[in-house]
Design a protein around this ligand. Structure first.
Ligand code: MOS
Length: 705
């Protein structure tokens, strides 16, 4: 493969507009619920109103009496399925709760029935008339002394060991001249993508087709094949557009299986859309965490020891854990260190990955703790991070990083933000009757890639079609595929047709873990170069029907190098003490994410991540009633996310150093790093403005008074 520098780069690296933008703004982009099917039946989910117990009786008579109702699917009559578990090829998030197979209730909002009718209105009305009585047991709904006593150790995150120990951290804590012992908490958060979840399912003989709001058509395909004992080739999954996912649609949830069950039972196409309230329990959430951080340091601010102990919560149905200490061993040059992870099982819905699982809550705690250390030793918070900078990866036998430019991010971020204007003393900066606070934090997310194949073919007339089962969650994947293909093939951007989001195309990994760009681009370049050779170097004049493929393993030598992206986040807040009125005034993020293929879509990813981080810092909280386990904030009025009025000017910079050790194009990924460190940068700015150290998110006014 030739390097990018050798190729013509008309489009690569340019701020090209989204090629799918017109489809979106004209409402013609096809989301799952828009599937082009004739006269579907409509399925509406019914969810449990208790958090623990058993279904005693179901009275279907009133529901069935509604005109248009054709079926009420419950555990009594649903087709039997073969439950699948949590492995790397097919991930069903609730392996201990196969849908509609039994009467046990493990959490409030569990899917217990689907009412199917000829119209959505009939199904919705009848669902409200379904009468279910329960034998209820007292639910476990929160981390308490009682539930904490039954916590379980969590050993790994997707196969990687989570609990790290190096040096002698207990001795370091005993002897250090400066020590801190701090506890932080983060609440449960719900993804709340603009599009909720939806599945349109139909069977043709023993072939199943689903239009599904998923970030991973191949994973959904294999999971459904397992559930229904089908050859994977008989399952077709289509997901060309997703209205945001953030991890809620990475893996398979019950509603997708239920839609396929209903279509099978009725022999008809069934459309199932999860409504906003239901979405709070159908597609996961970010687990709440309790994090204790202990630090040993010199008076100079060099960290000699650090312990990061994490407790999260889990359901009885699944096993996803928030790995909040995952990057702690890597981020700073700390000789003595220990991380631990435990989980407390509760009668709550099942947690899931949510944009930077681990790093988001973990860096809130770690980067807040570093700010507290900066004040304890009277060192500038940015300078403290420079003093503890890890030139090599202490969590990987001091292996070199493939490409790390964090110091440049600090410098460039500080310059753009004007960090030097900060006076260190809390409450020392004012503007009118408001206090001004400056805070900063480090951002990081690992660079990953997975096995991917890309197909390219000439269509005649100078046109080329690219096919791959990857996704565009709103990220810009359609556009960067077209950019890189056009440059590699030396044809115009609009001569490239990009087809993604279907299991009919060559395989791709889950569009999660910020891995899609690094997974898709190398085999895309290979496929395009092979096609160009077939065309004798002239694709523009090639006949239709030439075909070429590229494939990549995504594998790298993780013994030899460590692969991570980095960044620096800077926040200014204004605080009116009389009213406990807090607002974020501006935000600057500078990132080292390898080569940036499209600075416009990449910037958009970072802005989105930072806005989501502002929500995490100040607003988001999936509130449960501790008595019943009911999610009481299950709407977008009570579950608060930032709106335009909450979002300040955000400045984004990329240092743009290609990581050619990671892949020949030098690309990493930009999906998740933007949110990391944001909540800490805000909390640190809040301390600087107000003198109040808030260690519990979200930072709502009552925590400042
Ligand atoms: Mo992301 S939480 O890996 O979709």
């Amino acid at each position: 493969m030739t390097t990018v520098a050798e190729r013509q780069r008309t489009h690569t690296g340019s701020p090209t507009d989204r090629i799918d933008g017109p489809l979106k703004v004209t409402g013609t982009a096809m989301y799952a619920a828009d599937a082009p099917v004739e006269h579907p039946l409509f399925a509406v989910l019914v969810q449990s109103t208790i958090a623990r117990g058993r279904i005693r009786t179901i009275d279907e008579s009133a529901a069935r009496a509604v005109a248009g109702v054709v079926e009420v699917l419950t555990h009594r009559n649903a087709p039997r399925v073969t439950p699948t578990g949590f492995d790397f090829q097919r991930v069903f998030m609730e392996p201990k709760l196969p849908p509609l197979q039994g009467d046990e209730i493990l959490y409030w909002g569990q899917n217990v029935a689907a009412v199917i009718a000829t119209t959505l209105e009939a199904a919705t009305g009848a669902a409200a008339l379904l009468r279910i009585d329960y034998d209820e047991l007292p639910p476990l709904t929160a981390i308490t002394a009682e539930t904490r006593a039954r916590k379980e150790k969590v050993e790994t995150f997707f196969g990687s060991p989570l609990n790290i120990e190096r040096g002698d951290v207990d001795a370091a804590l005993k002897t250090a001249p400066v020590t801190l012992d701090l506890c932080y908490t983060t609440p449960a958060e719900t993804h709340n993508a603009m599009e909720t979840a939806a599945t349109v399912a139909s069977w043709s003989g023993d072939e199943l087709t689903v239009y599904d709001a998923t970030q991973w058509v191949n994973g959904t395909q294999l999971t459904l094949a397992h559930f229904f004992d089908l050859d994977p080739e008989k399952v077709h999954v289509i997901s060309p557009f997703i209205g945001g996912g953030f991890g809620s649609k990475g893996f398979v949830w019950a509603h997708t299986v239920i839609a396929a069950m209903a279509a099978k039972a009725l022999g008809k196409t069934v459309k199932l859309v999860v409504d906003r309230a239901q979405f709070f329990s159908t597609n996961g959430h970010r687990s709440e965490t309790e994090q204790r951080i202990r630090i040993a340091a010199t008076p100079f601010g060099a960290i000699t020891g650090l312990v990061h102990d994490v407790i999260d919560t889990n359901s009885f149905a699944g096993d996803f854990n928030e790995p909040a200490g995952k990057t702690t061993p890597m981020l700073y040059a700390i000789p003595n260190l220990r991380t631990s992870h435990h989980t407390v099982r509760l009668n709550i819905a099942t947690p899931a990955p949510m944009r930077a699982p681990g790093e988001s809550p973990g860096l809130f705690a770690l980067e807040s703790a570093l700010d507290e250390l900066a004040y304890a030793v009277n060192v500038d918070p940015l300078e403290l991070r420079v003093r503890n900078h890890a030139e090599k990866d202490p969590s990987n036998h001091n292996a070199p990083f493939s490409s790390k430019h964090l110091l440049e991010c600090y410098r460039e971020g500080a310059r753009r933000f004007g960090w030097e204007k900060r006076t260190p003393e809390p409450r020392s900066m004012r503007a009118g009757n408001e206090f001004v606070g400056y805070g900063m934090a480090t951002a990081t997310y690992p660079a990953m890639a997975g096995a991917t194949e890309v197909h390219a073919r000439t269509d005649g007339g100078g046109r080329v079609t690219i096919e791959c089962a990857t996704h565009d969650l709103g990220t810009g994947m359609y556009t960067i595929i077209a950019q890189v293909a056009a440059d590699t093939l030396a044809i115009p951007l609009d001569a490239v047709t990009v087809k993604i989001g279907s299991s009919a195309y060559p395989k791709a990994p889950v569009a999660g873990g910020s891995q899609s760009t690094a997974s898709v681009m190398p085999p895309l370049v290979d496929a395009c170069e092979a096609l160009k050779r077939l065309a004798g170097g002239n694709v523009a004049d090639a006949p239709a029907g030439l075909e070429a493929s590229g494939s990549g393993s995504g594998e790298v030598d993780e013994e030899k190098h460590s692969f991570h992206s980095f960044g620096a986040q800077f926040c200014e807040v204004r605080y009116d003490e009389d009213l406990a009125r807090l607002r974020v005034a501006r935000f600057t993020g500078v990132f080292d994410c390898g080569r940036i293929l499209n600075p416009k879509t990449a910037r958009s990813q970072m802005i989105g991540g930072i806005i989501m981080g502002l929500g995490m810092a100040l607003l988001e909280d999936t509130v449960r009633d501790p008595r019943t386990g009911a999610i009481v904030a299950n709407n977008l009025a009570d579950y608060r996310v930032p709106v335009n009025a909450d979002v300040p000017p955000i400045e984004i910079g990329f240092v743009d150093h290609p990581d050619v050790t990671f892949n020949a194009l030098g690309v990493r990924g930009v999906g998740e790093i933007g949110i990391t460190g944001v909540a800490a940068a805000v909390a640190n700015a809040v301390y600087h403005a107000s003198g109040r150290r808030v260690r519990d998110l979200p930072i709502v006014p009552e925590r400042l008074m």
